[in-house]
Ligand binder design. Sequence first.
Ligand code: NDP
Length: 488
Amino acid sequence: MRYLYIAGKWTEAADGGTAQTINPFDATPLDTLAEAGTADVDAAVAAAREAFDGPWRRSTVTDRAALLAKIADLLQRDREQLAHTESLDTGKTVNEARADVDDTTAVFRYYAGVAGADAGRVVDPGRANVTSRITHEPVGVCALIAPWNYPLLQISWKLAPALAAGNTTVIKPSELTPLSTVALVGLFEEAELPPGVLNLLLGQGGTAGQALVAHPGVDLISFTGGLGTGEKIMAAAARGVRRVALELGGKNPNIVFDGTDFDTVVDNALTAAFLHSGQVCSAGARLIVQDSLHDSFVAELAARADRIRLGSGLDPQTECGPLISAAHRAKVERYVQLGLSEGADLLAGGQRPPEPNLAAGFFLRPTVFAGCHREMAVVQDEVFGPVVTVERFSTEEEAIRLGNDTAYGLAGAVWTADAGQAERVAGALRHGTVWINDYHPYLPQAEWGGFGKSGIGRELGPSGLDEYQEKKHIYHNTSPGPTHWFSG
Ligand code: NDP
């Protein structure tokens, strides 16, 4: 049984509600969870408020940086166990889960360093006998909501800067994948974080999540998830004029010019599209390939997609795990049908795998659609599964036009041997991250976020800390006297 964590105590839901989390590999139960209702949301926000108004406000940046560094150490100590948990709960391979733990560790270390160096700024007032400075202060009680695809990583992108800045927090992982977040909270308990600074709610998005974002005691909401939920959260944040940061979806162009190394580019296109079965907000799900290369490229891509080994994330032979749930697979399968009805050519996948040992899990074969064009819904909508569409182009201008033809703007890539072309295309793409001759890497010290409908605000980098800070100008007249503005 996994509990809520409120005011420094592990606790059942006030109404005794529970739910189960299951293993997407075979749909067997993994654990029972306390399921928060509105009374628990109230208690968590009240605990966060009390902690914010209490001794945590007097904690120094140095104290908080030391805490984050300690969490980084504990994450590395428990790396194998955390990776195992994350793999079971999400279905991703344990290798990828290990990389997630390492990336999470790097984020805590980064914000430990940035927080330690963040002392505000002195401003030249332009007049005598005045000092003027900008101080950075926490916003208050932050509601942090994360999705199921990178549970540990996504909550940490929020939690590390929120705590570094001195806020208190109420976090809610996805009901589908809460286990690594529960373990992370255990590490904070071990590091003796004061009660109320970090509160954990487990529960449904539509109940606990919705009550949390609507709560008037919340000062800031940071959300990563789908566009529709993001729109609801933005509307909820409008009431009371609360701060909101949104990391939403993407439909990310992966543009391939002729002339780059064939094996390298096909290999990377596979990883871009099918890592974690395509359940990645920045997945390279929309391949845009130059005419002269197109036919040989798609043939090899499809052949290699057909060879991807599906299985349990814990099996070292597995290259792709299952999708997260039956409902999510059904959504992806609807897009496969839609692609077919829109006239796309199915070159690989499109089916559940035939192996009997995979029948109970939520598997779908990696799917390649060629002959796609920009008007197709399967090209424009975020499918969030193992489905890649291929369009063709002939000129650089056309590639840029196609790459920008999306309502989203999270990430994209350009593959070319021409350095000038690489810079021109990267400069022209309206996406928050552009990779040149690579796909997927991100850095804790570099901003991450989207243009357009991919969101508002940035995580990571210095901007990731800014999201959680109020900036205060303190103007000090060291030699005050009458102004004589009014004669009386
Ligand atoms: P959802 O929007 O369904 O859920 C995200 C989180 O919000 C979950 O914790 C969910 O809880 C919760 N939630 C759902 N409804 C509400 C609500 N009304 N009020 C408050 N919280 C709510 O997204 P998914 O979990 O399906 O995640 C996939 C989406 O996330 C994709 O669109 C993907 O692109 C995007 N994403 C974006 C990333 C980025 O960096 N830009 C990174 C990763 C994912 P519960 O699951 O318990 O219902």
